[in-house]
Ligand binder design. Structure first.
Ligand SMILES: Nc1ncnc2c1ncn2[C@@H]1O[C@H](COP(=O)(O)OP(=O)(O)OP(=O)(O)O)[C@@H](O)[C@H]1O
Length: 254
């Protein structure tokens, strides 16, 4: 169980996060949305132990997070900088497994299975620069899955790909969630994406940031781009989140 308690974060005089307390349920796909600059990336960095909070804390399974926990993996927006250009797809995916104490056979099996899960079996011997943007991001996702994290943190992972690739990658995430059942925290500025993917949505307010609302997504587990996005429950929730994010601050406070 991952929990944030009264977390605040300032950078010098910039008060990015005022006070966030939230719990992330095990096995759930939680999307974190909010206006630009509200501290989504900062929250993810604090959650992953990359950046210390100014006050408050992050608790993972009862223990405060002070450095990147072994049970977490991260996928960033900028896939072009997160893959090693001198390594093939297979080598990139195998890289984090070196220190896991696995046998060579087990490591190879995990790499093979994760590449198959993201549909990259045909590209295993290619280098990142020989791949499209979507394929590079699939490689990053395969690398995270092969590592078998209990918690997967994703920071706007599809923000730099075209619309069609984005839909494909969203559906890939739904299949990964169904297949692996890991806890996923997914930061996005895209409200449609948050409703389509999430079991829950954490809506952050404008800075200095607090949690504005936590919403359960009342949609079935199985989703698809056409039927789900025409579902009245999807449309209602999408509108609700839009209104929440657009609402002026003083209006929200009272
Ligand atoms: N290392 C840093 N030094 C100084 N200020 C920072 C640093 N990192 C973030 N900030 C500031 O903290 C605030 C929150 O930034 P953050 O990147 O977390 O927001 P975000 O919600 O992820 O933004 P976006 O939606 O535009 O990606 C911003 O005002 C940003 O300028």
């Amino acid at each position: 169980m991952l929990r944030v308690e009264k977390l605040s974060k300032s950078f010098g005089t910039v008060r990015a996060i005022a006070d966030i307390s939230v719990e992330f349920s095990q096995g759930a796909f939680t999307c974190i949305v909010g206006p630009s600059g509200c501290g989504k990336t900062t929250l993810l960095k604090c959650l992953s132990g990359l950046v210390p909070p100014s006050s408050g804390r992050v608790i993972l399974d009862g223990v405060p997070v002070t450095k990147p926990p072994k049970k977490m993996a991260l996928v960033f927006q900028d896939y072009s900088r997160s893959l090693f250009p001198w390594m093939t797809v297979r080598q990139n995916v195998a890289f984090p497994l070196r220190n896991k104490g696995l046998t060579a056979d087990d490591a190879q099996r995990l790499v093979r299975e994760s590449l198959e899960a993201v549909g990259l079996t045909e590209a295993t011997d290619r280098y990142p620069w020989q791949l499209s943007g979507g394929m590079q991001q699939r490689t990053s996702i395969a690398r995270a899955i092969a590592y078998q994290p209990e918690i997967l943190l994703m920071d706007e992972p599809f923000a730099s790909v075209d619309a069609q690739t984005r839909s494909d990658l969203e559906d890939l995430m739904l299949s990964i969630k169904a297949r692996y059942g890991m806890t996923i925290l997914f930061v996005t500025h895209d409200i449609d994406e948050s409703v389509y993917l999430g079991d829950r949505i954490v809506v952050l307010g404008a800075p200095p940031t607090t949690v504005q609302e936590v919403l359960d997504v009342p949609l079935p587990g199985h989703r698809d781009q056409i039927t789900t996005k025409a579902d009245p429950r999807y449309l209602r929730l999408r509108e609700h989140v839009y209104r929440e994010i657009m609402r002026p601050r003083q209006d929200r406070n009272g």
